[in-house]
Design a protein around this ligand. Sequence first.
Ligand SMILES: Cc1cc2nc3c(=O)[nH]c(=O)nc-3n(C[C@H](O)[C@H](O)[C@H](O)COP(=O)(O)O)c2cc1C
Length: 328
Amino acid sequence: MNLYEILKPLLFRLDAEAAHHFAIGGLETAPPFLLRAIFGDAPMLERRVCGLKFRNPVGLAAGMDKNAVALPAWEAMGFGFAEVGTLTAKAQPGNPQPRLFRYPELQALINRMGFNNHGADVVAARLDRLKASGRWPRIPVGINLGKSKVTELADAPADYLHSYRALLPYGDYFVVNVSSPNTPGLRELQDKDALAGIVRTLRDHDAAKPLFVKIAPDLNPPQLDAILALVESENISGLIATNTTLDHSAIPQGRDETGGLSGAPLRCRANEVVRILCAGTRRPVIASGGIMSGEDARARFAAGAALVQIYTGFVYRGPALIREIART
Ligand SMILES: Cc1cc2nc3c(=O)[nH]c(=O)nc-3n(C[C@H](O)[C@H](O)[C@H](O)COP(=O)(O)O)c2cc1C
């Protein structure tokens, strides 16, 4: 039995967000050598994507380490890369609690966190200290950016730019997140002109680092076509597909919550979106959504994904899932 199987029943007795903070707090303070000793050597299955070297294709999805407090721990547990954020220009508390709900029988979560985060400047200072300490992880670090809640949609490009400037020295790649369902209006930024405006603003400032766009699973075929066209016209490095879904048809009546659904019920749709995108572009697609097993990851790679990311699968399966995927 692995350590996570012992810890999980204890964590699952806590409220979902309390368990999250407890686990992140532990990972923030645990010495990486101890995590390495507990979880074993990182699996190796090397990939090169956008000029970056990944020791294995399994990444931590955005939202788990919003404030970049546990980067050495993600490397020590075996991840091939880690994406921090979503970070916004202004620090913000997110939505009122409770805002994270488990559905163990469905292997699913619903969240309406609302981009709770310390803000780009505070996190830039934290990352600077980490660099100076010599504890910077030897895996690619992605930085996921979103729009501050108080910023009008029309002012989104400047808001993203503020975060991008502050965090530019620390990310190996950046992500424009326009797909969280929990910031009012954010998904409207998936519209062609709005998204082009954000991407151009960031690229005009600095085009040296790979820039991905993270999309929702709920886009219809014409919307996916428009994103694919934009990828080429704006020279976007690649796509992350997908974020959480607003399709709650899997949730039993009376138990639904407002927010984005993740985990096993997202599996089929997320795979389908990856397949459509990979058929329409040669640029890398990072698959996220409903990857709960090695078999799920195999399906994403078969659909054309270059890399995969896990969030809900990591909550239900722990670090063993990283190794199961990397063995596939
Ligand atoms: C509690 C929670 C918080 C999340 N926060 C973010 C976020 O801040 N930014 C983001 O791009 N995605 C966020 N996500 C979405 C995940 O990164 C991932 O794309 C999604 O959950 C689908 O993958 P999964 O089925 O493996 O969880 C969050 C997901 C969960 C469950």
